[in-house]
Design a protein around this ligand. Structure first.
Ligand SMILES: Nc1ncnc2c1ncn2[C@@H]1O[C@H](COP(=O)(O)OP(=O)(O)O)[C@@H](O)[C@H]1O
Ligand SMILES: [Mg+2]
Length: 417
């Protein structure tokens, strides 16, 4: 695939418009699996759909692939319409020129790695390839994903990671401009997952295909994505770069799903340029409005990341090389209730007023518990309206929602409780 073949950069490789897909469950309840989703991705982009189990990731991917028929809306793949409810267009999957990698590998068990990878080239209409070319392309694809020596092996004779590599080769052999990935690394063990992730990332850049990748794993999303679309119950709540998602989450749902957050609720007392001043039970908090503008009197939640805070013994002077947060700075008296060494950093568990908080420090040297001062820069505090903080109609944080992936939503360092 040449850059020219991918069309002008002005034409999105995928453009989804007001897509809706409902399912009727066996108990009669209607599920809005995709609830008015619109987004576009650029050619060559790596987009990750991130969200907890059941939020509609697979349904959206399958709709784009043509494996699911939406109820309304439209899907364009490059310059062609793949689906349009209003015009009655539904191009079958095999004509959409899209490859897909599944969590379950989905290899034919009775076929060798070679035959599995050759399969899409053999059954795709209108693109007959000679035997010689077939062999060359299959071997190139297998070599590319590092399993060239397994071409005569059957899936049953391979490890999970090897099977997924073969599945990846099968997706790449057609040279499609768009490859869809549905949690392809979830079934392989942690070490292999990390390695495959890195390889996938460089392969994507080298070959230049556009990738739409589904995962519930925020670390995976951060590492792979040019942009992340965070999904909440069938809706995209934020579509932005990993950096923006992490530092400027648009809603509390996004903030708590991606990484850990400290929270203090309060009322806006003043807005002065970028500074939003909030009255909280722990005292005055200065932060920056995230996503939505706030006004004095608004009920808000203030949020900051554990690694952005600093802790000092109540009467300790700043240590050498510890510049601390840049001004304006929030400072609160706190009580350190516990410290915990977790390798990459030391975690301080604190009480600020009547609120629990955590601070992570790379060089944890405060061994004792007791009175302390916590500081965090105003640039590192996000102020979100309390009413909209959870996104449309969501009263609970992601990790607390019934059926939500409590263990998956929380980062590795989050407290067990
Ligand atoms: N074939 C189906 N019949 C009924 N409900 C379905 C079907 N497929 C998906 N759903 C429901 O739609 C929602 C989204 O599912 P899915 O797209 O699989 O989510 P995810 O991939 O994010 O885990 C879930 O509530 C799921 O139970
Ligand atoms: Mg799924």
């Amino acid at each position: 695939m040449t850059p020219d073949a991918r069309g002008s950069s002005a034409t999105p490789i995928v453009e989804v418009h007001h897509l809706v897909k409902q399912f009727r469950r066996s108990d009669g309840a209607v599920v809005n699996a995709i609830d008015d989703v619109s987004f576009a991705m650029r050619p060559g982009e790596f987009v990750v759909l991130l969200g907890p189990s059941g939020c509609g990731k697979t349904t959206l991917l399958r709709a784009i692939a043509g494996l699911e028929t939406p109820d309304s809306g439209s899907i364009r793949i490059g310059a062609t319409t793949g689906f349009c409810a209003a015009q009655g267009i539904a191009v079958p999957p095999e004509k959409r020129r899209i490859s897909m990698v599944f969590q379950s590998y989905a290899l034919w068990p009775h076929m060798t790695a070679f035959a599995n990878v050759a399969y899409p080239l053999q059954c795709r209409r209108g693109s007959r390839v000679s035997r010689a070319e077939l062999g060359e392309r299959v071997r190139r694809a297998l070599g590319l994903v590092g399993v060239g020596d397994l071409e005569r092996s059957y899936p049953g004779q391979m490890s999970g990671g090897q099977q997924q590599r073969v599945a990846l080769a099968r997706a790449l052999v057609s040279n499609d401009e768009l490859v869809l990935f549905d949690e392809p690394l979830s079934n392989v063990d942690a070490k292999v997952r990390e390695q495959l992730r890195g390889e996938l990332s460089s392969m994507q850049r080298e070959l230049g295909f556009s990738a739409l990748f589904v995962t519930h794993d925020q670390t995976e999303a951060m590492e792979l994505a040019d942009r992340i679309a965070v999904l909440d119950r069938g809706r995209i709540v934020q579509f932005a770069t990993p950096r923006e998602i992490y530092h400027r989450p648009a809603t509390r749902y996004v903030a708590t799903f991606v990484g850990a957050m400290n929270e203090l609720a309060g009322t806006v007392s003043a807005v002065d340029g970028d500074d939003v001043v909030v009255r909280t039970p722990a005292g005055r908090v200065v932060g920056r409005a995230g996503g939505v503008a706030v006004r004095p009197g608004d009920e808000v939640t203030t949020m900051w990341r554990p690694e952005r805070g600093r802790v000092r013994g109540a009467d300790a002077a700043p240590g050498p090389g510890d510049a601390g947060p840049t001004p304006p700075v929030n400072r609160w008296p706190a009580d350190v209730t516990a410290t915990r060494f977790v390798g990459a950093h030391t975690e301080y568990r604190l009480r600020i007023g009547d609120t629990d908080a955590r601070v992570w420090h790379p060089r944890g040297d405060l061994a004792a518990t007791g009175p302390a001062t916590v500081s965090v820069g105003a640039d590192d505090v996000i102020v979100l309206p309390a009413g909209q903080a959870d996104g449309p109609g969501d009263p609970a944080p992601a990790g607390d929602r019934p059926g939500g992936p409590a263990g998956q939503a929380a980062p590795a360092m989050a407290p067990a409780s």
